[in-house]
Design a protein around this ligand. Sequence first.
Ligand code: NAD
Ligand code: IPM
Ligand code: MN
Length: 357
Amino acid sequence: MTKKVMILPGDGIGSEIVEQAMAVLEVAAEKYKLALSLQQGLIGGASLDAHGEPLTDDTLRAAGDCDAVLLGAVGGPQWDTLEREIRPEKGLLKIRSGLGLYANLRPAILYPQLAEASSLKPEVVAGLDILIVRELTGGIYFGEPRGIRTLENGERQGFNTYVYSESEIERIARSAFEAAQKRNGKLCSVDKANVLEVTVLWREVLDRLAPEYPDVELTHMYVDNAAMQLVRAPKQFDVIVTGNMFGDILSDAAAMLTGSIGMLPSASLNENGFGLYEPCHGSAPDIAGQGIANPLATILSAAMMLRYSLNMGEAADAIEAAVSKVLEQGLRTADIYTDGCRKVSTKEMGAAVVAAL
Ligand code: NAD
Ligand code: IPM
Ligand code: MN
């Protein structure tokens, strides 16, 4: 049966990197006789410019009717001064929340060929393979009340609410325990339970569930220490589970361990396994239009999509092997370039992965 994929390139480098991922998907489909039908839609500033809103209900519905979604990135300086409700980032938050994509998996894997590209010493990152499980549809990103209000003395005050209900904590915790079971059986829950009540509850729920997963060793760590440990000795981690904002921050830090944020893919899943796949990085306005962005995070996101949502694991393995081969050949976009390698453009990198496939 034909599987339908909604492609949402978005803004900035979004269209450049997604174009390469689509080329890889098309070749993989041909080689592995996969029936894939790709359709395109608008999100972020691109949708704002066309429809006056960063994600229309029609596009949201069409995305939900597909078998999976592949997204580039949203945002850019030209939209930064607009009112908050219609900014490009709201489109991303709307599709995550609208499709119930609470489980965000962000694997940080160091390809051995890139040990030199990491800003950390090669021995600190060699063999690195960690998974950050980030809660994606709750926490301070979505908590109410929120806003900017004017106090009696005329001063303005900005406020957000950091909330998690037990059921929200439980479902992301189960995703993380299950992921740890399939990996090395270690789960570190990251919180700020020494200060924030919401994460006291978070910790309680994790502890309550732990006996159901006797094969997983659960530990807890405060987020400030976790940030430090990630750059001190990242290989101590297997799976990290944390809330929306801490996960956002820690995954960018983890990205750098792998050489570049341009290497980090992600999957955002709902309870039925439906997923949206996107690189962890943004629209990179500083390099957009130059044809130098690294497309590998998006290509690797497409591989995750084949594996998790489309039941096409063989093709996913082949794409990942092709990426490894291209790195082996010494091809590097600017962000992962080191001496002695060959610097290539976005298009050249995509074409090399296609050729390796
Ligand atoms: P960013 O991730 O876009 O860029 C940070 C730095 O990393 C920049 O120097 C950029 O050039 C570099 N970079 C990012 N991706 C790269 C790639 N594939 N290849 C090479 N270099 C890459 O973060 P930012 O600058 O803080 O944000 C820019 C815009 O993107 C903002 O509007 C922000 O809201 C948005 N954003 C969107 C997403 C998303 O769509 N998921 C994620 C983060 C930021
Ligand atoms: C990410 C981004 C988004 C987030 C923004 C653009 C809303 O930083 O996907 O990591 O904070 O979740
Ligand atoms: Mn982020």
